[in-house]
Ligand binder design. Structure first.
Ligand code: UN1
Length: 509
């Protein structure tokens, strides 16, 4: 272990968390079954009560009955809640970001970026509230109008993951609320405090603009709580972010009751680096995408596929940059890599590196634990591992900062390797050759939901639809027309003539 400066004690962090919660308008948690830990030291900050089965049912009841009137409030009026939420988030940006740092270990800049993403999506949703457009189509019948109308869907169950504890909630909730849905949120059990804070801010926003605060419900707890949302017929849409395993458990159950699912599951994101790439720019982009957030984004860059002619110079730059990455207390301004979320994450990182080495991989740099927060904190140096082939471990998503390096001779083979994994979230190509860039964006190029040129795989803007293909689950949330997943479409035909012409020219009687 290498040594870094000591961190504040857990007790001090707990006091800080309680003060932040109070400033954000949440009742500081007292006793309860759910421990809120900080990865900064691994210690317990506070405890939060978990919802009982009866409380979950009651939360769904309340969201369901709030929906009955919320759906008839005009969308631009519904937007008032989201507009106020955006303002409150701007006022409390630093406090909420610091709570994210305490609970998840993100460095300050990334935690503030996460809250900024929430503010951005609130603005987007407010604008959207006046643009929930349906089409009018040309009817084949005289004196008829054919059109579609988008209506609110119902209760949306939001299941979110620890790594974006607040932004993913906001993408779903801001859009769902302007669409006229109500929300029951089951956050990760690892992040109960930021959930309390968001819930308090949203309820405050609703109360201040005169809306029914029951449009949002928070249910905290383990997978059993999520299962109730999954199985309850009144939950029209289950929007779940997490592992492929979680998605495989959720999707068939929701499908069995003909509910809707929006899944944001694992990623195994790759970047192709071609001979014409600007290596300086590519290196900076790769370091942020692969080592940022300690490798714990679903968009984290996990594989680079580098042309043999540039692999040497690229790896020289990359390893030099990796060796200088400051790993440590995310409350310090200088840190760029905070801790892993817990011991399990560290174990999976270690075992993935071992498996990669067994497969003939060479650990070029990183991978070791850094002694920063005491025995229960898991700070690691991000790792770069050169692989002879895309073996089974490379095709898996390990939620930790490991970057696998593969090489290629021709672009077709690179694209084949790139797409040769079960996940399909985010992709990038670094090139100055327009043909190569276009080829990567073409139908026979990257098979991912997000595909970038000369930008890393992570850090997507909210204006685009976010999500991916294959085992990533196919869902799209946030920008573009992702709102359609949160509404139901009605096709309407209106006859304003005095005749009754039938479609397809049918004569009946
Ligand atoms: C996630 O990791 O769950 O593109 C979401 C990004 C962020 C969202 C990541 N806008 O990295």
């Amino acid at each position: 272990m290498t040594t870094a400066p000591a961190l504040p004690r857990t007790g001090k962090l707990a006091e800080r968390a309680a003060r932040l919660l109070a400033a954000l308008g949440a009742t500081p948690a007292g006793s309860g079954d759910l421990p809120a830990r900080t990865p900064l030291t691994g210690g317990e900050l506070l405890r939060v009560p978990a919802a009982t089965a009866v409380e979950v049912t009651c939360a769904i009841d309340q969201a369901h009955s709030a929906f009955r009137s919320w759906r008839t409030v005009p969308a631009p009026q519904r937007a008032a809640v989201v507009r106020r939420l955006g303002q409150l988030l701007s006022e409390h940006l630093d406090e909420l970001a610091e709570l994210v740092t305490l609970e998840v270990g993100k460095i300050g800049a990334e935690a503030r970026g996460e809250v900024q993403e929430m503010i951005d999506v609130c603005e987007f949703a407010v604008g959207l509230s006046r643009q929930l457009y349906g089409r009018t189509m040309a009817s084949e019948r005289p004196g008829h109008r054919l059109m579609e109308t988008w209506h609110p869907l119902g209760v949306v169950g939001v299941i979110s993951a620890f790594n974006f504890p607040v932004a993913v909630w906001s993408w779903n909730t801001a859009i769902a609320l302007v669409c006229g849905d109500t929300v029951v949120w089951k956050p990760s059990q690892t992040t109960p405090l930021t959930a309390l804070a968001c819930h308090a801010l949203l309820r405050r926003a609703a109360t201040e603009v005169g809306a029914d605060p029951n449009i949002h419900q928070l249910v905290q707890g383990d997978a059993g709580v999520g299962a109730q949302l999954v199985d309850d017929e009144r939950v029209a849409l289950v929007s779940a972010t997490g592992s492929v395993r979680m998605g495989q458990a959720v999707a068939p159950r929701v499908a069995a009751r003909f509910g809707r699912c929006l899944l944001e599951l694992g990623g195994n994101n790759g970047a192709v680096v071609t001979p014409s790439a600007d290596l300086e720019l590519a290196t900076r982009a790769i370091v942020f995408a692969a080592a940022g957030t300690a490798g714990q984004r679903c968009t984290t860059l996990r594989r680079i596929i580098v042309h043999v002619d540039v692999v040497g110079p690229l790896l020289d730059r990359l390893c030099a940059a990796y060796r200088q990455l400051p790993v440590g207390n995310p409350l310090d301004d200088g840190a760029l890599v905070g801790p892993l979320i817990d011991a399990k994450a560290y174990e999976s990182m270690r075992s993935a590196i071992e498996r990669a080495i067994d497969d003939g991989g060479e650990l070029l740099c990183g991978g070791e634990r850094v002694d920063a927060g005491g025995p229960d904190a898991y700070y690691v140096r991000p790792a770069v591992v050169r692989m002879p082939a895309q073996s089974a471990i490379v095709r898996e998503e390990t939620f930790a900062p490991i970057l696998y390096v593969l090489t290629y001779h021709d672009l077709d083979a690179a694209i084949e390797l790139h797409n040769g994994v079960p996940q399909g979230l985010s992709a990038a190509i670094f090139t100055s050759d327009q043909r190569e860039a276009e080829r990567f964006l073409a139908p026979d190029g990257s098979d991912c939901g997000i595909t970038n040129v000369n930008i890393g795989t992570s850090g997507a803007e909210i204006g685009g639809a976010f999500g991916g293909e294959k085992q990533t689950g196919g869902g799209r949330e946030s920008g573009s027309d992702a709102w359609k997943a949160y509404m139901r479409r009605a096709t309407n035909t209106v006859n304003y003539s005095t005749e009754l012409p039938l479609a397809q020219g049918i004569r009946f009687g």
